[in-house]
Design a protein around this ligand. Structure first.
Ligand code: MLT
Length: 320
């Protein structure tokens, strides 16, 4: 009797689950961006979110939950209801670097999420305020090495992309700068433009327009090849710092236990957004690298996150 009751309960739960997946979404979806508005994570979330909203027939509302290098918003996303109505835009920091830098991190990027899909690859650029006293990357390296803590280096909080890629840069140069944390590289970039901070390593989507407008100075892009969005900017290899090659990424996640059908609907909508000509153009103009076929699946993202956590752990521990 007890067994039959349990069976009936399980069947009812399953039916309710698939019914809710069928009608999903029937109200707006919140997408947590764990950084300030206007930065790279926010920009990518808004660009893909806008198109996904049209496909899903419900608005995707962006909620910026900034703090602690993105880990505050990511913790919130990991503990939110797993009904598909709260998702998040994470990145290489929140789901790759953070575990190495936060011994008491309240989430496990590999266990507490359902991966939805990769939204974009984002090459890293070494940039500085417009009148930074170095004409090229070699001079930049010499200046930063000679001036150490007199150089103010902006970042989006411990564990963020700008922080971990910034640590990599200064450890490779063999110096320590003064670290200036922000709630995202949106506000950090504003202070770089006004000259209140000196240098930044940032995702291309945040800096491409300012580099083109000449309001900040770019020394190199840390990828093996130049970006079609910024063809005049040399690679770190070309400019004399070949060991500094690093790229970041942004991806969507839902809380663990979100039904497979809902994750599949969200993945389909994301992939459709990446194939949409207008959305694609907006991302490519900002220098984003669009994921290829197999990189677009949820399963691929799950495996990738596990590899990223493994990759960053020894690198960041050694840099510290
Ligand atoms: C980072 O450095 O992690 C990002 O640029 C954060 C952001 O999206 O602002």
């Amino acid at each position: 009797m007890k067994f039959l009751a349990k069976l009936a309960f399980a069947a009812a739960a399953l039916a309710a689950g698939s019914a809710s997946a069928q009608t999903y979404p029937n109200k707006p979806i919140t997408m947590i961006v764990p950084f300030a508005a206007g930065g790279p994570t926010d920009v990518i979330a808004r660009i893909v979110g806008e198109n996904m909203s049209r496909t899903l027939g419900q608005q995707i509302v962006i909620e910026n939950v900034a703090g602690a290098g993105g880990t505050t918003g990511t913790t919130r996303a990991s503990t939110s209801a797993n009904d598909g109505y709260t998702v998040m835009m994470g990145h290489m920091g929140t789901h790759g670097a953070a575990p190495a830098l936060y011994p008491n991190l309240k989430y496990d990027p590999t266990k507490d999420f359902e991966p939805i899909g990769l939204a974009a690859g984002t090459p890293i650029l070494i940039v500085a305020k417009k009148n930074f006293p170095a004409a090229d990357l070699k001079a930049f390296v010499e200046y930063v090495k000679a001036n150490g803590d007199k150089v103010n280096q902006a970042h989006a909080g411990v564990g963020s992309v700008s922080h971990s890629t910034g640590i990599l840069l200064t450890s490779q140069i063999g110096t320590k700068t003064t670290q200036v944390p922000y709630t995202g590289t949106g506000p950090a970039l504003n202070d770089l433009i006004s000259g209140q901070v000196d240098i930044l390593t940032d995702q291309i989507v945040n800096v491409a327009e300012q580099i083109r407008a000449g309001t900040i100075r770019a020394y190199a892009i840390a990828t093996p090849a130049r970006s079609p969005a910024l063809p005049d900017i040399p690679t770190t290899k070309e400019a004399g710092l070949p060991g500094y090659e690093v790229s970041a990424w942004n991806a969507m996640f839902a809380a663990k236990g979100t039904s497979k059908d809902i994750v599949a609907k969200l993945n389909e909508a994301l992939v459709k957004a990446l194939d949409d000509e207008t959305t694609k153009k907006r991302l490519l103009d900002l220098g984003a690298v669009l994921p290829s076929g197999e990189e677009r699946t949820s399963a691929w993202l799950g495996t990738f996150v596990a590899k990223e956590v493994e990759r960053w752990n020894p690198v960041l521990k050694a840099s510290k």
